[in-house]
Design a protein around this ligand. Structure first.
Ligand code: ATP
Length: 242
């Protein structure tokens, strides 16, 4: 059974070159962002996640809401293993896929086809696992002969189409998303939304951070709210101003 269990999770970002001068308006407490503590003359610590605990189980579609800088992206990155917590524990069981930073792993000098494999590697997928999927990914991207050309010849929308096609080609138990991915022109975007909905319906646990309450109401069955790095939970969380 897939699950994610966090107990008293803490993430800190120490900032070593912060000058007191740039922080002189300390009497203004920040409306956004994690808690800031001052340690000595030049060290400041931002705490985007402050002792948070949760238990996500199969069937959970979790919407993460909160103001700018509340810690939503940080939470997704911790789950994805990009950030290491400085405190607490995190237990993840199940294969994890992330739609965060979907162009990570791409090489602008490599062709579209080569980049499918590179992105696959970045996602922890072996070449022999991605190989049988290449034709479907190529077809879905709609990039045709461009797939034989280096990525640097693509428009930014074309790069995103390819990134989306690869990133959504492999099933996982847990899927992380930072906002609903909308890529490409209107026609591609519709196709992409359909693919994303299908992927979601096959995935045991979804965690999606967003400011889009209408989308969260449609996709999620649990809502958690981050506020200055602290967590609360409940359906009424969607009624708060973002
Ligand atoms: N690389 C970093 N170095 C220092 N502080 C950071 C870094 N990344 C994020 N932070 C801080 O961590 C806190 C949480 O940021 P995060 O990006 O997780 O917020 P968010 O809820 O995703 O915001 P948004 O809705 O604006 O995307 C903020 O106070 C931000 O200033």
């Amino acid at each position: 059974m897939s699950h994610i269990r966090a107990t008293d999770l803490v993430v800190d970002f120490p900032i070593y070159d912060a000058s007191q001068r740039s922080l002189r308006k300390r009497f203004l407490s920040a409306a956004t962002g994690g808690a800031i503590t001052h340690e000595g003359q030049h060290r400041v610590v931002v705490r985007p996640l402050d002792h948070i605990s949760f238990d996500f189980r199969e069937g959970d579609r979790i919407g993460v809401v909160g103001h700018n800088g509340a810690g939503k992206t940080t939470l997704l990155r911790v789950l994805n293993g990009v950030y290491e917590p400085v405190g607490g524990s995190l237990e993840i069981s199940g294969r994890l896929a992330s739609l965060l930073d979907i162009t990570n792993g791409f090489d602008t000098d490599a062709t579209g086809y080569e980049n499918i494999v590179l992105r696959g590697l970045m996602m922890g997928i072996r070449p022999r696992e991605i190989q049988p999927k290449i034709a479907e990914i190529a077809e879905f991207s709609g990039l045709g002969e461009y797939l034989d050309l280096p990525l640097r010849t693509y428009s930014s929308g074309m790069v995103l189409r390819l990134a989306f096609a690869v990133s959504t080609s492999v099933d996982a138990d847990i899927l992380l998303m930072d906002e609903w991915l909308s890529v490409g022109d209107a026609e591609f975007n519709e196709k992409a939304s359909k693919r994303l909905n299908e992927l979601i319906s096959r995935t045991a646990i979804i965690v999606i951070a967003s400011h889009d309450t209408a989308m969260l109401k449609r996709v999620c069955n649990r809502i958690i709210r981050l506020e200055h790095g602290r967590l609360s939970e409940g359906d009424q969380m969607l009624d708060h101003p973002q």
